[in-house]
Design a protein around this ligand. Structure first.
Ligand SMILES: NC(=O)c1ccc[n+]([C@@H]2O[C@H](COP(=O)([O-])OP(=O)(O)OC[C@H]3O[C@@H](n4cnc5c(N)ncnc54)[C@H](OP(=O)(O)O)[C@@H]3O)[C@@H](O)[C@H]2O)c1
Length: 216
């Protein structure tokens, strides 16, 4: 029988790539923000984690948090609403979901968060940079609390053909490429291969794996 993998952000670029490659290997349960054609929906801005929890009953081998908000508000325009929303989607709601879900994960299951090179270089959007840096502290804190589970982070450089990539000017893309190995963008296939490895490799716990072409 296929093992169960739970994905939040089911419509994300990473989730689609993971589903394409691993749909035969795992029973993948995708949770969408709001897609009424799908069974599982949950908005990370909502406080009602109980309702989605009641619909999730697998013995999950992994929970992949692929939801996220792209950087969109600069430091000089920042407001409470945007900052709070970013922290809620990246940090607060994942914590509350794990509180409910922990008992539904198999021994040694992977909980994976996706951070960004912005955690070390900053972002024009301070809410984004802070939330992505915060994921490292969150990973260690949850690992302290739920020691039967493995918590890991992958921190990404700019992923080729993703929505954030497609919405950037060519000039801005080249600024990213110029700071990564061989002037190349991150390939989504390389990211999901590492995700698949993390699901099975029980020696890896509390790691922050940087897939950013050595961005400097
Ligand atoms: N792509 C990159 O270059 C890159 C680089 C560094 C880090 N990352 C991080 O990697 C993760 C995945 O990236 P990606 O490029 O695959 O993302 P993406 O394609 O932009 O998708 C983001 C997903 O998050 C969902 N989402 C946003 N707000 C939500 C909410 N309130 N509740 C539930 N779902 C919500 C969106 O749902 P809808 O489909 O409904 O809009 C969307 O499916 C994100 O955390 C991103 O910050 C990406």
């Amino acid at each position: 029988m296929k093992e169960d993998v739970l994905i939040f952000g089911g419509n994300s670029f990473l989730a689609k790539a993971f589903n394409d490659k691993y749909k035969d290997a795992y029973a993948i349960h995708n949770v969408y923000r709001n897609d009424q054609t799908k069974q599982l929906n949950f908005d990370f801005e909502s406080d009602d984690t109980e309702s989605i929890n009641n619909k999730l009953n697998g013995n999950y081998k992994a929970v992949l948090f692929f939801q996220g908000l792209n950087p969109s508000v600069g430091a000089k325009d920042i407001d409470v609403e945007h900052f709070s929303r970013m922290l809620k989607v990246n940090l607060v709601t994942p914590t509350l979901l794990i509180k409910n879900l922990a008992g539904k994960l198999s021994e040694g299951a992977l909980v994976l968060f996706i951070s960004s090179v912005a955690k070390k270089k900053g972002s024009y959007d301070p809410a984004y940079g802070s939330a992505k840096a915060g994921l490292i502290g969150l990973m260690h804190s949850l690992a302290n609390a739920y020691n039967q589970l493995r918590f890991n982070v992958v921190s990404l450089g700019l992923v080729e053909n993703s929505p954030v990539f497609n919405n950037m000017t060519e000039d801005f893309r080249q600024k990213h490429a110029g700071r990564m190995f061989n002037d190349e963008f991150i390939k989504v296939e390389d990211v999901i291969n590492i995700v698949a490895e993390l699901i099975n490799n029980k020696s890896i716990n509390r790691a922050d794996i940087e897939i950013d072409g050595g961005y400097n």
